[in-house]
Design a protein. Structure first.
Length: 209
């Protein structure tokens, strides 16, 4: 069973608090999402496998550590997930970036893929699927399934705010995926919004309604 990691780092909790504030404007909101993505990436990559390499310093040859095998892959769920990409790339600039686009069918209310483009070697990479919010879990479950269908095998999911309902659904659908959460909230309301949450992350990122 994949593990759930709710991050308790003081900087993450501090920035989540500012993110929640309804008076935080789009510019600051975007900056905070980027900063949170970087901090969460730091925590979520703590157990990556290392290998020993030989390097030459200005004064001697020595042993050093490097991430083993292929580098990472970052796959945001469009559109809100795009706000987290640059923060992660600032820590792992060698990562390749894919994209998954989904919309919700108005009749079935189920997510439908309209775009999926992954690194050609996604099956050899550690893939981080990112989205600021994990609400019902429908989009995350579908996106991860599309990515698995393309051959990826090692997948982690990162979100800033999660509802227990979404965590449960994601765990049940993809028990092999570790979930990294900035803050685990109380519940979903009748409209599928996370309570207390922060509203619609995409609208707040890009100033839309």
């Amino acid at each position: 069973m994949g593990q759930i990691h709710v991050m308790d780092h003081p900087l993450i909790q501090h920035k989540v608090g500012i993110l929640r504030n309804k008076d935080t404007g789009s510019k600051e909101f975007r900056e905070l999402v980027e900063e949170l993505a970087m901090l969460m990436c730091y925590e979520a990559t703590r157990n990556l496998t290392l290998e020993e390499v030989e390097v030459e310093t200005p004064v001697a040859v020595t042993k050093a550590k490097a991430i083993a095998g292929k580098k990472l892959g970052i796959v945001p769920i469009i559109r809100a997930g795009l706000g987290m990409v640059d923060g992660m790339l600032s820590l792992v600039p060698a990562a390749k970036v894919g994209h998954v686009g989904l919309y919700r069918d108005p009749e079935t209310l189920e997510p439908v893929e309209y775009y999926c483009k992954l690194p050609y070697d996604a099956d050899e990479r550690e893939i981080f699927v990112i989205d600021p919010m994990l609400a019902t879990g429908g989009s995350a479950v579908a996106a991860i399934q599309y990515i698995k269908d393309k051959g990826a095998q090692r997948i982690r999911f990162l979100c800033i705010i999660a509802a227990p309902e979404g965590v449960k659904r994601l765990q049940e659908a993809h028990p092999d995926v570790d979930i990294y959460i900035g803050a685990l909230d109380e519940k979903l309301n009748e409209h599928g919004y996370i309570i207390p949450g922060l509203g619609d992350a995409g609208d707040r990122l890009y100033g839309t309604k």
